[in-house]
Write a protein that binds this ligand. Structure first.
Ligand SMILES: Nc1nc2c(ncn2[C@@H]2O[C@H](COP(=O)(O)OP(=O)(O)OP(=O)(O)O)[C@@H](O)[C@H]2O)c(=O)[nH]1
Ligand SMILES: [Mg+2]
Ligand SMILES: [Zn+2]
Length: 401
């Protein structure tokens, strides 16, 4: 993948970077709060615009700082404004709200970085760690910033959105997949999709069935059993009765989590129950179609008083996979693993006619793999094959021209 080397930076016109000396009083490290600690721990390395230079925060402070100069050699950044580190709390169109541990800065992306993120189809996401410089307006008031670089991500929840990858949350440890048996009705297939996305994004998954107070027939436990058998952590909660809330708090404490799932399952309500002063907007499920009303409209990173961070996300109807080839899908179904060695053909896609040839199909027949899990696999595989086909046709078209 192109890292945008040499693009823009070497052109005669436009901004260029220069190294200038720090003023002595700038060498004192700032007081650290909250997540700025991440940077200090060396989990974060800075990359400059050309992608060549790396500045490790663990090492000594450089005696120089970088400022951006425009064509006339004028610094567009107020003198003394060294780069700061922060984390994306929310995205508002082209504006990212960045928290530096002290306050929130509305920031835009440096143009070269915007070009690169568009080219690589990895736009900025909630949870991204960035370096930014604060700029002063005409009156000399510092109100906003410009993002200079984005750190490599570790752990993310992403889906395909058209021909793009949409990262719902970056730098998270775990995803709590929130569903409900009724109001809205459970969608097992959607949960399977989130589980695959968690596996691709290297996140610890938790399947949480909320609104257990409404589950009069007691279907929750049986449903959760399916996931326990996969070794997946499960929870049964009610934001109304308080059931399971202590267990949910325990899972969220000191971790960076993302809450995801259908609209109306109670993601925001669960967070309000854990920490009432978050005051997240919630709304009743529609009595016409038993579906949520898409109350949360943008993902936002929230700090929990008990320790940890959580991203509340808007409920989505569809979740399309990204980041894998069709042949890689089976690796994200841990329940298939014990049966793969019984497939007659090493490249078996588990879709062939004869069950005797395929360990996975045999296991579905025997009830050792849940048939809905197998159906989920088939639907996702089909989608990935179609996508692969479309991509190849697209590529050959490009080659012809
Ligand atoms: N009975 C019951 N209702 C709940 C529970 N949790 C949430 N609700 C209700 O479910 C409705 C939807 O809750 P929200 O918290 O807005 O759901 P959400 O998942 O955040 O929805 P989106 O933001 O649209 O994705 C609200 O009317 C809540 O009061 C619960 O445990 N039991
Ligand atoms: Mg919500
Ligand atoms: Zn097979």
């Amino acid at each position: 993948m192109s890292k945008g080397k040499g693009k823009g930076g070497s052109s005669k016109k436009g901004p260029r970077k220069v190294r200038v000396h720090f003023r002595a009083n700038r060498l004192t490290p700032k007081r650290d709060k909250g997540w700025t600690q991440w940077f200090k721990e060396g989990r974060f390395e800075r990359e400059d615009e050309t992608g060549q230079e790396r500045l490790n925060r663990k090492g000594d402070l450089s005696r120089k700082r970088t400022v951006i100069q425009d064509e006339d050699g004028q610094a567009t950044v107020a003198p003394g404004n060294e780069q700061r580190e922060g984390i994306v709390l929310a995205m508002r169109g082209q504006i990212a709200d960045i928290d530096d541990g002290q306050r929130t800065w509305p920031c835009t992306l440096r143009r070269i970085l915007r070009t690169r993120t568009i080219e690589e189809r990895h736009p900025l996401a909630v949870g991204d760690r960035v370096s930014f410089t604060v700029v002063a307006d005409e009156e000399g008031v510092e109100r906003e910033g410009v993002i200079e670089s984005v750190a490599e991500r570790k752990g993310q929840l992403s889906r395909r959105y058209g021909d793009r990858e949409h990262t719902i949350a970056a730098n998270v440890d775990q995803v709590v997949i929130v569903g409900s048996i009724i109001l809205p009705f459970i969608k097992p297939h959607l949960i399977d999709r989130y589980l695959v996305a968690a596996s691709i994004g290297e996140l610890h998954p938790v399947v949480c069935i909320n609104k257990v107070d409404l589950d009069r027939e007691g279907l929750t436990e049986e449903f959760l059993d399916r996931f326990r058998q996969l070794g997946v952590d499960t929870l049964a909660t009610s934001a109304v009765s308080g059931q399971g809330m202590a267990a949910l708090s325990e899972r969220l404490k000191d971790r960076v989590s993302v809450l995801a799932g259908q609209s109306g399952t109670g993601k925001s309500s669960l967070l309000n129950a854990i920490q009432p002063d978050l005051r997240l907007r919630v709304a009743e499920v529609s009595s016409d179609n038993f579906k949520g009303r898409h109350t949360t409209t943008t993902a936002q990173l929230l700090k929990l008083d008990m320790g940890g961070y959580v991203v509340d996300t808007p409920g989505i109807r569809q979740f399309e996979m990204t980041g894998i080839e069709p042949g890689e899908l089976e690796a994200h179904f841990p329940d298939f693993e014990p049966h793969l060695s019984r497939c007659k053909y090493p490249d078996c896609a588990h879709t062939n006619e004869g069950e005797s040839d395929c360990g996975v199909k045999q296991a579905v027949t025997d009830g050792r793999i849940h048939f809905e899990r197998y159906e989920s696999y088939l639907r996702m595989l089909d989608e990935l094959i179609q996508l692969d086909g479309a991509r190849q046709t697209g590529q050959s078209r490009t080659m012809e021209t």
